[in-house]
Structures are given as C-alpha cells and as structure tokens.
Design a protein around this ligand. Structure first.
Ligand code: AHM
Ligand code: MG
Length: 339
C-alpha cells in the first residue's frame, strides 16, 4: 500500500499545478524537508553518535543549548539559505534575525523555525520535533528590521513540523487542509500517509504540565479538577491525561485522535509572557490546528490574530478539539481577567 502513495514533492507539485501554491514556496518547502531529513539522520544514532549532551552556551531564552540544538539550527541555515527565495530566517536558537548572506540570491519569503523543539527530551530518547512557519512579504525590505518581519499568524503561507518519533513524520499545511507524510528510508523520501486530517471536535484527553497547578488561575484549576473528577464529577465522563513535554508529539497526538494542549500564562511565567514562543511554536501549530478544524487561543484570544512585537515573544496556549477549547474560553471569560 505505502509504496503507492504520493511523495511529499509530488504533493507539492500537485498543489502547484492546481494553482494553490507558488513555485518559490515549493522550492522553500523542499529545502525545509531536506533539513528535517538531515536532522533525523543525526538523531537516529543517539548515544552511538557524538551529537548528544549539552554545550556550555545558553540561547537567547536563557536555556542551556544541547549540541543537537546547534547542529539542527546550522543544518537549517545551511540548507535553506540556498533556496534563493528567502530574505531572512528567525530561529529559537538565534538572538537576532539571520539575513541571507550577500552571496546567495534572495526573495520575499521569511522562515521562522524551532530547530529542535522539546530538546530536553533528547538525552532520554523521547520524541522531539522541528517546527516551521513561513511568511511572504510584499517585497524584500530595504532594511531587515524586526518590525519588517512582525506579521500576525493569519498571514502565514505555510506551516508544519517534523516529528522524530518511532518513525519520522512531516505534517504540513499551506492553508488547504493538513496532510501528513511518513519517511520511507528505502527511497529517502516522505510519503503521504494522512490526507485532510480533521481533529475530533470532542475529546476526553487533556495535556498540561500539572506540576504547575499552584501557579494557575482559579478557572483553569477548576477546569482541570472537573476533568479529573471523571464520571462522577460535573463533566460526567472520565478524562485521560498525557504530557510528553514535547509540543510536537503532543500536537501530533491531538491532530490524530483529539485532545487539548495547554501551556497557560501562569503566575510564575507571567512576567515572561508565558512559556511557548509565538512566532515559531504557537503560530505554526495554531495554523495546523485550525486547518484541521480545531481551535487555538491564548486564554481567550485567537493566537493567529496576535500582532507580534518581538522575535522571541511568548504566549499562553490552549489548542485542540474545538468544543473543549470553547469550554476553556468560556470559563476564562467568566473569570476575572488577570493582566
Ligand atoms: P523548548 O523549545 O525549549 O524545547 O521548549 C518547548 C517545550 C515544548 O515542546 C513543551 O510543550 C514544553 O516545552 C514542555 O515544558 P515543561 O518542561 O514545562 O513541561
Ligand atoms: Mg521549542
């Protein structure tokens, strides 16, 4: 069966032939997926390779960098700058905008990415991922300032992630639904395994780091408590909980079988604005979730409508099955707003 399915590139060509995406976006997405394949190749050797462990350095977020964070970042820069269609890249691992060096042709596209999300899981061989978000500017800016790149998520032209799990998968939206591809090592290509993914509207599975419950707003504590009360509580059914601590693995599970993923702004992370980053974590995942029929908000506001102000801005996140996110939003609206 699997050998009869479309390759990722055939999928892109089909989108292009239908006039749904531009040739330059096809070129860029090819560079992105080639980068993901190279990262998967580094990961697969695990402790047998020499890429495991931490470095002495910290990234702009003040987090200790893993060797693989830096390797994955360098792979993206190296491969995507050749595409000829980008003017800039922005990464979780780089403080500043990365302008495409002068010796490469450029174009109006901008790539935001988290090269290795969930990298604290890498040393214990738990799934990690790469997240990407692509915008097209109306023209290449004369000066690549932060302001020139600050577009809301609704303007994304493509977004997706690679999941490095038991198999390597690539999940993509170009605004025409969500499709997933599984890496076929025998030919070195991603092949389509999921077409037009739709998140079940209702769910009985939640994902949240419950060790932070003491920092949550009261309405959220009530919501989670009511889920955990199960069949005898106000929800009238049992809820399951999962927390991988890899957003990519969490969102992938939700795309395939429903659920809600929560990383709220709480009293401990409020000063920073939350934990997850808007431009290369929350925005691309929101695009995928909405395209799959789900909902994605920061407390009560649609994430994709947030006007970004800086490259590494953080936001609260509730995303997943629509009816469950609707319930969270109504509880947040009914509670006193915390600023
Ligand atoms: P990272 O980009 O530094 O890896 O952080 C993001 C990750 C997400 O993948 C995950 O949902 C979250 O951090 C886990 O946070 P916690 O360690 O608080 O459970
Ligand atoms: Mg991350």
């Amino acid at each position: 069966m699997a050998h009869q399915t479309k390759t990722f590139m055939q999928h892109l060509f089909e989108l292009r032939h239908k006039g749904l995406i531009e040739r330059d976006l096809t070129t860029l997405l090819h560079a992105v997926t080639t980068s993901c394949k190279a990262i998967a190749n580094h990961l697969k050797n695990g402790d047998l390779g020499d890429a495991m462990g931490s470095l002495d350095s910290q990234n702009v977020q003040g987090e200790t960098q893993k060797k693989l964070d830096v390797i994955a970042n360098d792979i993206f820069l190296e491969r995507c700058q050749y595409s000829g269609v980008l003017c800039a890249m922005v990464s979780e691992e780089m403080d500043q905008i990365y302008p495409i060096p002068g010796d490469f042709p450029t174009g109006p596209y901008v790539l935001f990415f988290d090269p290795l999300d969930g990298s604290s899981n890498v040393d214990v061989n738990v799934s990690v991922g790469t997240i990407f978000s692509i915008f097209k500017l109306s023209e290449i800016p004369d000066k690549l300032t932060v302001e020139a790149l600050m577009k809301p998520g609704v303007e994304q032209v493509a977004a997706g992630y690679a999941l490095y799990g038991p198999s390597t998968m690539l999940v993509l939206t170009t605004g025409h639904g969500v499709d997933a591809f599984t890496f076929d090592g025998s030919i070195g290509e991603f092949r389509q395994t999921h077409v037009g993914i739709q998140i079940p509207e209702d769910t009985s599975e939640i994902a949240i780091n419950a060790s932070r419950a003491r920092y949550w707003e009261a309405y959220l504590k009530t919501y989670v408590d009511e889920c955990f009360e199960g069949a005898n509580g106000p929800r009238g059914r049992d809820f399951n909980m999962r927390w991988v601590a890899s957003m990519v693995a969490e969102v992938h599970r939700i795309l395939l079988r429903g659920g809600v993923f929560m990383y709220p702004v709480d009293s401990q992370n409020r000063k920073a604005g939350g934990k997850l980053r808007l431009l290369y974590e929350a925005n691309p995942m929101s695009f995928l979730v909405e395209q799959a029929g789900g909902r994605s908000v920061s407390r009560t506001d649609r994430i994709m409508e947030i006007a970004p102000e800086n490259l590494h801005q953080r936001v609260g996140v509730f995303m997943g099955s629509k009816s469950e996110v609707d319930l969270l939003v109504s509880k947040a609206q009914a509670s006193r707003s915390v600023s």
